[in-house]
Design a binder for this molecule. Sequence first.
Ligand code: PXG
Length: 478
Amino acid sequence: MSYRTEEVAYVQPAVLPAANAQATQRSTAEYRALDAAHHIHPFSDMGSLNRAGSRVIVKAQGVYLWDSEGNKIIDGMAGLWCVNVGYGRKELADAAYRQMQELPFYNTFFKTTHPPVIELSALLAELTPEPFNHFFYCNSGSEGNDTVLRIVHQYWATQGKQSKKVVISRRNGYHGSTIAGGTLGGMGYMHEQMPSKVENIVHIDQPYFFGEAEGNLTPEEFALARAQQLEAKILEIGADNVAAFIGEPFQGAGGVIFPASTYWPEIQRICRKYDILLVADEVIGGFGRTGEWFAHQYFGFEPDLITLAKGLTSGYIPMGAVGLHDRVAKAIIEHGDFNHGLTYSGHPVAAAVALANLKLLRDEKIVERVKTDTGPYFQKKLRDTFANHPIIGEISGAGLVAGLQLAADPKTRKRFANGGDVGTICRDFCFNGNLIMRATGDRMLLSPPLVINKLEIDEIVSKAKKAIDATAQQLGIS
Ligand code: PXG
């Protein structure tokens, strides 16, 4: 059964059974028609999606999803890079149920707090690197990065350096889809639809070796040159005007781009030299993805702020947070009001679920297993399977995250002229083979739940191989 080919006629809602919040038993056609009639999806061309019909996911367990047609699908993306503990963990459902009965909501604004947010903050202080002992909560990664901007500006105000306003980020970085998140991100197609942007944000180039290195530079030389763009940009703007640099330790949505080992130490050196805050957006990299608890630990640098979301709750409930290095926290704490907050900052149910989730990650040694066992197995299996593959130019990644570069000529790093289309072809073969693998342009991405076992890794890699072989065949390459 293919998903993308079936055309579903537009059906007026009136001819369908009454909408029912509990309904789980409609036919696929009914679901699709109601979805088309009432639901605008994120980042989608709704006209063509409604004509083709959405895939309806109805349940999940472990690393598997089931759709409304009864197909069992292996989830190579952990939802949207977030279901770190896998699907169906009753401990998380129980934590939410208990908390909803005990205290479903109370705010943390007016001199109040509550046990779940207290416990969560204390546990985060244990799990994050030593200088991180304070956390501010929100509902998503985007709000986390909005919060980062607020903290950065407040920090410099406390230092009497209000002129430090500019935040530098990177082209093809992703930091969310609020106005601030979208401006911080470097996705041109998002900027084009955003006539209103946040002021004082500028971009430098990304450390994408395969796609952007020219001449005979080694990956290390190229990464160093890209990091040095930060210094050039600071000198252009004036260090007195630059507040912070923000980057994902590895770019997730941008294609699982892992910079060479020279990149982050140089970025850190430059930030320290010019007195600029360094922000690590850990929304994807955090909570074990690389085999370290946080991706900045994998790359060996020490940020001043970290943005957290996704794996914080394994996606079971929305929550984001910002972790503040002691030197930033001290300034914020000692200088009066910080005028920022959301109704649901530190929501008790979200905090209870986050707490239960982090205990699973810690007590079941899930992160350690990614580092020493399943991560290395996954990376080796991918590299062995695709060694000398005619359309695989590069495999990036560590732990349980990987990017597979599709290329017209892997040896000369020649990319397909229509790379995005090739990625879509490959993604559709994956769909038809019941594997979720994400395409970003001409890179295929994997980021499975961290509880995946070796048999399931074998299944993902063999399904990915079939899809990539089929793509090569369709292109007439073998
Ligand atoms: N920072 C990073 C590094 C992210 O990857 C956000 C911030 C924003 O988080 P929220 O919770 O506001 O979405 C993200 C989100 C994709 C995809 O298709 C990636 C994200 C979100 C949706 C889709 O790769 N990353």
